[in-house]
Design a protein around this ligand. Structure first.
Ligand SMILES: [Zn+2]
Length: 259
């Protein structure tokens, strides 16, 4: 069983003590390829060094909305410089993590929108998929994506929306990232949505070190938890873990142009 973790923050210091051991463990469990997402200018170099140290890691670069007040105006043009410099590199896979966060009320929505638009334009210009953070902002994100109509679309990270929202994203060509959040028994609406999602629209992710699944409550999340997450989600979807593994891996490979 081969799995792809489409959303990690493996560069975070949370993993400094045991990163190599953890990657070996994940690989032994079938989690081979992993995407590491940059979230602010200060961590892009760290992400890239980490990714270059391992052929199974892939990098995305972006300015995360949660760090809105840390981003400087020149960070956007620097993001363009990074994408230009790495264009065509096999380990550059996307623009992300970008998006809109309406959950944190102190984040200015207009500035978030301007930053999101500018980065979607970069995704379009460099013909890269976009990896998108959405919190309490589905309507705004869907409206934005309808304006951009990205050719390669991307992934809605940690999808937790309604059936109707899922349908909108799928129509726009996006995959829905599923991970630990949906494994919790309290996530009842999500369980109903999951049971109806078309298999060709889902990819798996951990968001490690965040979003621990119900099986490992309160723990640091890691790609080594992905097989257990896959099994729990497959159960909710009334399919076998193998079916979900095969479909989600094929979907991720198609999105990122991996063979
Ligand atoms: Zn993330």
């Amino acid at each position: 069983m081969e799995l792809i973790d489409t959303h990690t923050h493996l560069d975070f210091p949370d993993f400094d003590a045991d990163r190599q051991a953890l990657m070996a463990e994940s690989r032994a469990l079938g989690v081979r390829r992993m995407v590491v997402l940059g979230v602010y200018q200060g961590n892009w170099q760290r992400v890239w060094e980490r990714v270059q140290s391992d052929p199974d890691l892939y990098a995305a670069f972006g300015l995360h909305p949660v760090y809105l007040n840390d981003h400087r105006p020149e960070d956007l043009s620097e993001l363009g410089d990074w994408l230009t410099r790495l264009a065509g590199h096999r380990q550059l896979c996307a623009v992300g993590e970008i998006g809109l966060d309406y959950f944190i009320e102190t984040l200015d929505r207009e500035r978030q929108q301007a930053l999101f638009d500018a980065q979607l334009q970069l995704a379009a210009d460099f013909n890269l998929p976009a990896l998108i953070h959405v919190r309490r902002s589905h309507a705004a994100v869907i409206a934005t994506l309808k304006r951009f109509k990205l050719k390669r679309a991307g992934i809605i990270h940690a999808f937790a929306g309604s059936k109707e929202e899922a349908r909108e994203y799928i129509k726009l060509g996006f995959k829905l990232g599923l991970g630990g959040a949906a494994t919790w028994p309290q996530a009842l609406r999500m369980h109903r949505v999951l049971a109806e999602l078309p298999l060709d629209a889902v990819v798996l992710e951990t968001d490690a070190p965040d979003m621990a699944p119900a099986m490992f409550p309160g723990q640091r999340n890691s790609p080594a938890h992905l097989p257990a997450i896959c099994a729990a989600l497959a159960d909710i979807m009334a399919i076998t873990p193998e079916q979900l593994a095969v479909a989600s891996t094929a979907n991720a490979c198609e999105l990122f142009n991996w063979s």
